[in-house]
Design a protein around this ligand. Structure first.
Ligand code: PEP
Ligand code: MG
Length: 559
């Protein structure tokens, strides 16, 4: 390889060193020069694989329709349609006729269509995932391929892949895996969010150059600089291996002048509990429950949701677990939920809007699961609603919670706090009225910043504007905290801003009572809270939010 250093986007500010294991390459295609192809036999093999795939899909469809419902089974219809698509079938047959082995023809014909879909927007782009699933199913049948078991990798492995789904990432054991790098993906892709929760060194979006690295090569994954370093020397290896971040602080923390600040973890599924505990989280400040709904064909049942939340409550017997109800929409698309095609999905049917509308049944099921878990689990459950913009929305969500409480057996044993996420400018302006109805608010700066600054959180071109340290965002935070405290509600923050140790003093000074973040920076933030003097921080924060520009904000913080 010409250049030893490949550049991508750092997903976790940690480094690791290890040996490359490729994931997703284990379906190896035959070299057409090495095999003598009999087009007729290959054509039959292809036709048989299509038949078997159709049978598999039909029986998976039937089981799903029976277990869950017709709507949820519809995803298999889409797969069957792609399997039987005459254009793709014809392309495969033509290539086989020209002397290609069947797996190579399938790979090439599907590859062309996948590329076309990838170039489109929104829901069309997601069809690329359906096509990949169908292609992989056929390739597995044609090659007897089996995948590397991500849950059972040798110690010190570095996983390289085209992309990793949340469930792929969740299987990685941070005690054994040294890191991962992917060809595609950005900082806010699900794989990145999970990597941060698992405190796993990770670089995403490296591009096709990654593919030149062979299995068994030693590499450094530098999630801070976003680099993958091939064949490190002794110094580089030692530097990467010794990077374990700040010392873990297990106890809860307070400022030098005695103000307690809760430091909690953001999680999305049970696999993230262990790293949260290991990095000293006081509890969970944001459980993104929609991740329990991803990467499956049907929604999780009430009991499955109960188990996931119960496990979390039992993991933090003396702590608080804040569970956010389903936040679907925007960039979070769930194929089996029949989401509308929207011009502006981030300004469309998201979060509570869906829970009070088309997903009201799922919402009721989820609320029952949460309340049952609260009745039985050890820790204290808090429930919060995402994307609230108006007081009537909150009132309707509270009514749904009352109905769910009346529907469960042990309602007398349930004592939960209830809160609202502050992610829209309207919610920040209405913080007082909202706080008067609940126990707490939690500021979601990822969305609040995008809506206050009118800067898409996923669009690198406006990345400079999507920065919560702009005074416009700080004023929204200040207004929210002040209004909520007047109503005796506590205020947390669970957007990415909360996990930046350089901003801890500012946030403590703004009056935040809780900071919740991906597990990786919990030790740094706890240390920063302990080093802060609240009286000084508060005076600085007051000045910072009155600044005219972001650079003035930073000057105020540095002096
Ligand atoms: C946020 O918007 O800040 C937040 C925590 O929610 P999510 O990132 O899941 O949209
Ligand atoms: Mg959000």
């Amino acid at each position: 390889m010409a250049d030893r250093t490949l550049h991508g986007t750092g997903a976790t500010p940690r480094s690791g060193v290890g040996t490359v294991v490729w994931y997703g390459r284990d379906i190896s295609l035959p070299d057409p020069d090495d095999v003598k192809v009999d087009p007729e036999a290959e054509g039959r093999r292809f036709a048989n694989a299509v038949d078997t795939a159709r049978e598999e899909l039909a029986s998976e469809r039937e089981a799903t329709a029976e277990r869950v419902g017709e709507d949820e089974a519809a995803v298999f219809d889409a797969h069957i349609q792609f399997l039987e698509d005459p254009t793709i079938e014809e392309a495969v047959e033509t290539m086989i006729g020209e002397g290609q082995p069947a797996p190579n023809a399938v790979d090439a014909a599907f590859g062309e269509h996948i590329e076309q879909f990838e170039g489109m927007d929104g829901r069309m782009a997601e069809r690329a995932d359906d096509l990949r699933d169908v292609r992989d199913r056929l390739l597995r049948l044609l090659t007897d391929g089996e995948r590397v078991d991500l849950g059972d990798l040798p110690d010190g492995s570095v996983v390289l892949a085209e992309r990793l789904t949340p469930s792929d990432t969740a299987q990685l054991d941070p005690d054994r895996v040294a890191g991962f790098a992917t060809v595609t993906g950005g900082r806010t892709s699900h794989a990145s969010i999970f990597a941060r929760s698992l405190a796993l060194p990770a670089v995403v979006g490296v591009g096709e150059a990654l593919e030149a690295i062979e299995d068994g090569t030693e590499v450094v994954i530098d999630g801070d600089s976003g680099e993958v370093l091939v064949a490190p020397d002794d110094t580089e290896r030692a530097a990467a291996a010794s990077d374990s971040g700040a010392a873990v602080v297990d106890a809860s923390v307070e400022t030098t002048d005695g103000r307690h600040v809760e430091v909690a973890a953001n999680i999305g599924q049970p696999a993230e509990l262990k790293p949260a505990v290991e990095r000293g989280a006081d509890g969970v400040g944001l459980y993104r429950t929609e991740f329990l709904f991803l990467d499956r064909e049907t929604p999780p049942s009430e009991d499955e949701q109960y188990e996931a939340i119960r496990e979390t409550l039992d993991t933090f017997p003396d702590g608080r677990v804040v569970v956010r109800t389903l936040d679907i929409g925007g960039d979070k698309q769930i194929p089996y939920l029949d989401q509308p095609d929207e011009e502006n999905p981030f300004l469309g049917e998201r979060g509570i809007r869906r829970s009070l509308g088309p997903d009201s049944d799922l919402f009721a099921t989820q609320l029952r699961a949460l309340l049952r878990a609260a009745a039985d689990g050890a820790g204290d459950l808090a429930i919060m609603f995402p994307m609230v913009a108006t007081v009537p929305e909150l009132d309707a969500a509270l009514d749904a919670l009352d109905t769910a409480a009346a529907d469960i057996e042990k309602s007398d044993a349930v004592d939960v706090e209830v809160g609202v996420m502050i992610e829209t400018p309207s919610a920040a302006f209405m913080a007082g009225e909202l706080a008067a109805r609940v126990d707490f608010l939690s500021i979601g700066t990822n969305d609040l910043t995008q809506y206050v600054m009118a800067a898409d959180r996923e669009n690198e071109r406006v990345g400079d504007l999507h920065d919560p340290s702009h005074p416009g965002v700080l004023r929204a935070i200040h207004q929210t905290v002040t209004a909520a405290h007047e109503e005796d509600a506590w205020v947390g923050m669970c957007g990415e801003m909360a996990g930046d140790p350089d901003l801890t003093e500012l946030l403590v000074g703004l009056g935040l009572d809780e900071l919740s973040m991906s597990a990786v920076t919990i030790p740094e933030v706890k240390t920063a809270v302990s080093d802060t003097e609240y009286s000084t921080a508060s005076e600085r924060a007051d000045r910072a939010q009155l600044a005219a520009t972001r650079s003035e904000v930073h000057t105020t913080l540095d002096t």
